[in-house]
Design a protein around this ligand. Structure first.
Ligand code: NAD
Length: 374
């Protein structure tokens, strides 16, 4: 296999593979080419890649030379147009949203894999970039909230009086939410969390947070871990409960998402208007519309003295460890595509390879993407 590691475009600071992972690929008999300065914003020099056996090329040469390309973010349409049907693309390109990219891959027959489509099975856990990056986002969101809040997080008993601990409300207790709970607790805040999946209550409690409960929910225990549709009356009660808890919170961290769909609206403008002056909302769902009605992606705004930070890009702001985790996930996935001789081996009998492949020879393989694009 001839693998090309591309430099990310725009503001992205991560790199898809650190030199330590490139070293493992070289040992697996893969020929690795790295675009010049691909690792620079993640503090990885060209020499560090050369030292583990990779060669540095400029983008034009790399695009001609490699058969498998790896990067983190979405490719541009212009880049896809330069690829051909013998080449393989691997990145996190969100095909359920970016259907124009899917169509461009189809047009020139490129085999494309999107890392956000890794099946959520036990065997694929070590390849799950969504979980890895959610871990980074949950951690960073709490640190930013603590930094922005005009109050302490922990309780302090000092000669100058007692300071009460901050109250943090976390909406959505998936991977990012649970990580945010753990970090907010470590910083000494009182934490409350809400999720539509009642099954996460135990996990929330075990991290030392209180689960916001709404009576009258339809039992979802037989739904295999997925949320079930609730009655309108229940939804109304649920919204009132969230509004009441948000009004008392110093910080709200929004992490609720539904894969491939717009994020659920949980904090309407009226709820923001009941919050304390100086309170902070961090909305990790910003790129899919946000959980707060007022959120703007990649913007910070102030409404009634409440600061609302729309930020889905925290992993890029912690580029070394985020790249380390992303690269390890990609390496584990690549092992399914590399033969013992180091050649490219596309085995669509493997459920992870098949589930992650979006386009192959001008056909859409992924069933969910197929239903959205066709
Ligand atoms: P996600 O980012 O898609 O969503 C975050 C959370 O938002 C979820 O817990 C979801 O229930 C919640 N949510 C959605 N709509 C909501 C609403 N209206 N109100 C409140 N909360 C709402 O999910 P995620 O963090 O990527 O994963 C969720 C769960 O999936 C994890 O907790 C885990 O149990 C499971 N998971 C399994 C695997 C695996 O088996 N390999 C890997 C990762 C995650």
């Amino acid at each position: 296999m001839i693998l090309g590691l591309l430099k990310e475009q725009g503001e992205e600071q991560r790199v898809a593979l650190l030199p330590e992972i490139v070293s493992k690929l070289v040992q697996a008999k893969v020929e690795v080419y790295v675009e010049k300065d691909a690792g620079a914003s993640a503090f990885q020099t060209n020499e560090a890649y050369e030292n583990v056996g990779a060669s540095i090329l400029d983008r034009t040469e790399l695009l001609k030379k490699a058969e498998v390309f790896v990067q983190i973010g979405e490719p541009s349409l212009e880049l896809i147009r330069q690829l051909n049907d013998k080449q393989v693309w691997i990145s996190q390109y969100n095909p359920l949203w970016n259907t124009d990219l899917v169509k461009a891959f189809l047009a020139n027959g490129v085999t494309s894999f999107s890392m956000d489509s890794i099946p959520r099975t036990t065997r694929a856990q070590s390849m799950d970039v969504l979980s890895s990056m959610a871990t980074v986002a949950g951690y960073k969101a709490v640190l930013e909230a603590a930094n922005e809040l005009p109050n302490f997080f922990p309780m302090f008993m000092t000669a100058a009086g007692t300071i009460r601990p901050a109250t943090v409300l976390i909406l959505g207790a998936g991977v990012a939410g649970l990580q945010a709970i753990a970090i907010a607790r470590k910083l000494g805040a009182q934490v409350e969390a809400f999720d539509v999946r009642a099954a996460v209550k135990e996990e929330v409690n075990s991290l030392g947070a209180r689960f916001v409960e709404v009576e009258g929910a339809i039992d979802d225990s037989a739904a295999g871990g997925y949320a079930v549709e609730q009655t309108d009356e229940f939804k109304k009660k649920q919204q009132e409960a969230i509004n009441d808890h948000a009004a008392k919170a110093d910080v709200v961290i929004c992490t609720a998402q539904i894969p491939g769909r717009k994020a659920p609206l949980l904090i309407p403008t009226e709820a923001v208007e009941r919050m304390r002056p100086g309170a902070v909302i961090i909305d990790l769902a910003a790129s899919t519309g946000g959980n707060c009605e007022l959120t703007r992606n990649n913007e910070t705004l102030i409404h009634n003295e409440v600061k609302i930070i729309g930020q889905s890009g925290y992993p890029s702001l912690m580029p070394i460890d985020a790249s380390k985790m992303f690269g390890k996930n990609v390496f584990n996935f690549l092992q399914l595509l590399i033969s013992e001789e180091g050649d490219l081996n596309l085995n669509f009998e493997d459920d992870i390879v098949k589930g992650t492949c979006i386009t192959h020879q001008s056909e859409i393989l992924n069933e969910r993407v197929k239903s959205v694009v066709e």
